[in-house]
Ligand binder design. Structure first.
Ligand SMILES: *[C@@H]1O[C@H](CO)[C@@H](O)[C@H](O)[C@H]1NC(C)=O
Ligand SMILES: *[C@@H]1O[C@H](CO)[C@@H](O)[C@H](O)[C@H]1NC(C)=O
Ligand SMILES: *[C@@H]1O[C@H](CO)[C@@H](O)[C@H](O)[C@H]1NC(C)=O
Ligand SMILES: *[C@@H]1O[C@H](CO)[C@@H](O)[C@H](O)[C@H]1NC(C)=O
Ligand SMILES: *[C@@H]1O[C@H](CO)[C@@H](O)[C@H](O)[C@H]1NC(C)=O
Ligand SMILES: *[C@@H]1O[C@H](CO)[C@@H](O)[C@H](O)[C@H]1NC(C)=O
Ligand SMILES: *[C@@H]1O[C@H](CO)[C@@H](O)[C@H](O)[C@H]1NC(C)=O
Length: 479
């Protein structure tokens, strides 16, 4: 009884807290023209598979508008679309709205800046926006009777790094439009990274998937034939079950798309990661992972002779003795670019990736650098065949510490020996002296002498240990 009574105020308090913490605006399905979606509020698809709202990826402090899987325990890599990937918002001041022209935009800092997401410009129009169960975010015209009609804009036309069933990968002639994926710079930076996935059409009409690294071909799927990709049949194989790839080619459009059988929504996405590999969520090995292993379709990854293909980079924490060579932040370099810069430069032994505001860049160190491992040091990626060298470096550091250390110990031993010897000699003299005194003095005065000698011993000892201290204070003492 007592226990229950005690719990009641606690429960009341908890529910009060919950009441205050929970947003005043409950998650809804549709954003109407007259309303605004503030940071912290969400739109949820009808079956609640997808959620739309502002978020900060990884360790980022910036805010982005995005769509993610609304599935507990699927936190890692759950974001499927980012609206403002190249224009981060600094504070939680972003507001999503549809203006009177049916244009979707993010208004920042009370309207002082705005990021247009759709470019639809027409006469006054009533529109509403809804995330669908497919993960597509669509703006539709609201007719006079309140029903929705024509699609004004959809996020599926502006993919980021993720392909979902029903999305297209390819291009359209009129009006000119491309559907492609572009990797994030890193797990915490959704900005356009170094890799993109597009389709390539060969002169005879065959098509294939191409991963580009900046402006060079990095990987190809091989041509699409008999319902599969020549070099990666696994991507479209019937045996994989639920995915049905198709290639649509006509005078106006050429694209790949796929559908799924059943409700495997979670397992259905493909993501181009920041290292240029296509990741599926099934635990299947990444496709086109040319930097991890030599995959079918990898193009032109020739390592310089100085590198062994089994060499790997290893993250370590510590301090470098030498200043790094810095590569400008304005090139939007990714972690992968920095790794490649180091890998392809035979004098490079370590690299790091840096973020300066909204810019990113690389630092690389040559073999001449010394390294001291330290838990709170900065994170640096070492080429692991350097580990032997760096162990040597560590050995040298130990030597640097150990040599003066042992010299000091030796000196101390010598000093101690001399002092001890001198003292023994003195003691002998003293003893002789004492003997003589003893002969002259009484036994009581002898006890006093002994105390006196003890005092002298202490004096010697304290002089030795205080010598440095008094030297330290010497300048102060002489003032
Ligand atoms: C748009 O349509 C909705 C639904 O019919 C209505 O509630 C809303 O007031 C309309 N907004 C404008 C600006 O006309
Ligand atoms: C087109 O060219 C590719 C590569 O040369 C070849 O593999 C494919 O069979 C050709 N397709 C047709 C329809 O001729
Ligand atoms: C695969 O998709 C294509 C195009 O959408 C469709 O025509 C075909 O029937 C589908 N096949 C299966 C087995 O679902
Ligand atoms: C998804 O499929 C599984 C098994 O195939 C079934 O148990 C589950 O109820 C389905 N979920 C939905 C939302 O249809
Ligand atoms: C770097 O990214 C910014 C914003 O995303 C873009 O404006 C700029 O052109 C990019 N610079 C290069 C060299 O690609
Ligand atoms: C960061 O970028 C700003 C301007 O883009 C530049 O002035 C500054 O020197 C950069 N800082 C570093 C550490 O590179
Ligand atoms: C190679 O690395 C060294 C430092 O290790 C650097 O000074 C040099 O500029 C780099 N060369 C290129 C082409 O990046």
């Amino acid at each position: 009884m007592m226990a229950i009574n005690k719990r009641i105020p606690l429960l009341l308090c908890l529910s009060c807290c919950f009441f205050f913490i929970s947003p005043s605006y409950s998650d809804s399905n549709t954003l109407e023209q007259s309303r605004q979606l503030e940071d912290g509020q969400h739109l949820v698809s009808a079956d609640e598979t997808f959620k739309l709202g502002f978020f900060s990826p990884g360790t980022s402090k910036y805010r982005y508008l995005g769509i993610w899987y609304n599935i507990p325990g699927f936190d890692n890599k759950k974001v499927v679309w980012v609206a403002n990937r190249n224009i981060p918002i600094f504070e939680k001041s972003g507001v999503l709205m549809i203006d009177e022209f049916g244009k979707l935009k993010i208004s920042v800092n009370g309207g002082s800046t705005s990021i247009a997401l759709s470019s639809v410009q027409s006469k006054n129009i009533n529109a509403s926006a809804t995330p669908l169960d497919s993960g597509n975010f669509v703006i539709k015209v609201v007719d006079l009777d309140g029903s929705t009609g024509r699609i004004l804009w959809q996020s599926f036309d502006y993919p980021t790094n993720t392909l979902l069933p029903g999305m297209k990968l390819g291009g359209r002639m009129k009006p000119d439009h491309m559907w492609s994926l572009t990797s994030w710079i890193s797990e915490s930076i959704p900005a356009e990274g170094s890799f993109s996935l597009t389709i390539g059409v060969i002169i005879n009409g065959s098509s294939q998937l191409i991963i580009w690294w900046k402006r060079s071909v990095y990987w190809t799927s091989g041509v699409w034939q008999d319902g599969q990709f020549e070099l990666v049949p696994v991507l479209s194989k019937e045996g994989q079950g639920y995915k049905n790839f198709s290639y649509i080619s006509n005078d106006d459009e050429k694209y790949f798309t796929y559908s799924i059988n059943g409700n495997h929504t979670l397992l259905a996405r493909y993501m181009l990661d920041s290292r240029g590999a296509i990741e599926e969520s099934t635990g299947l090995a990444p496709i086109g992972a040319c930097s991890y292993k030599f995959d079918m379709g990898c193009v032109g990854q020739i390592s310089p002779n100085c590198q062994n293909k089994n060499d790997r980079f290893e993250l370590r924490k510590g301090f470098m003795s030498v200043q790094a060579v810095r590569f400008d932040g304005s090139y939007n370099l990714s972690l992968f670019d920095c790794e490649a810069k180091c890998w392809n430069n035979c004098s490079c032994r370590a690299y790091d990736f840096f973020i300066n505001g909204s810019q990113t860049g690389c630092e690389i160190w040559s073999e001449e650098t010394g390294f001291a491992e330290y838990n709170n040091g900065r994170e640096i990626y070492f080429l692991n065949h350097f580990l032997n060298h760096s162990n040597n470096a560590k050995w040298w550091i130990w030597l640097v510490i150990a040599v003066p250390g042992s010299v000091a110990v030796l000196v101390f031993c010598f000093l101690f020996y001399f002092i001890q010897r001198r003292r023994l000699e003195e003691q002998d003299h003293e003893n002789e002296h004492e003997m003589r005194l003893y002969e002259l003095e009484s036994s009581t005065t002898k006890e006093q002498k002994r105390d006196g000698k003890k005092g002298k011993e202490l004096q010697v000892f304290s002089f030795e240990s205080l010598a440095s201290a008094t030297n330290k204070f010497a300048s102060k003492n002489t003032r």
